[in-house]
Design a protein around this ligand. Sequence first.
Ligand SMILES: [Zn+2]
Length: 138
Amino acid sequence: MIDESCIFCKIVRKQAPSSIIYEDEAVMVFLDIRPLNMGHTLVIPKAHCVDIFDIPQNLLSKVHQIVKQVSLPIKEATDTDGISIIQQNGKAAGQDIFHIHVHVVPRYEGQKLPPFHELKEVERAKLDEMAKKMKLLL
Ligand SMILES: [Zn+2]
């Protein structure tokens, strides 16, 4: 259930850096390095599942249970007006990393979403600081 070339599998095994907010035996939550807004978070299964067609139903349920659990802390830590939950399946849909992930995106009133490919990397220190703030609210 691990793909050696997958960046999310590397993050799960702590072989790549990430700013982790939550993890249990099945699910991991960390900040997106190229956020739409500061606090943009990813919720993933630890097992390498490609997309919604590939992931077992019970594991998808666990992932979404955690999406529900982290949404309010993310909204409060970022002091935003709303939260978008985005999950893409397949290249045509805009999926960029082929390990299923749910985006939890803090949103401001009146703000339009830029295309994901235009987003810039944020410094690790800033991400760690935001992750710390969110963890306190979990
Ligand atoms: Zn993977």
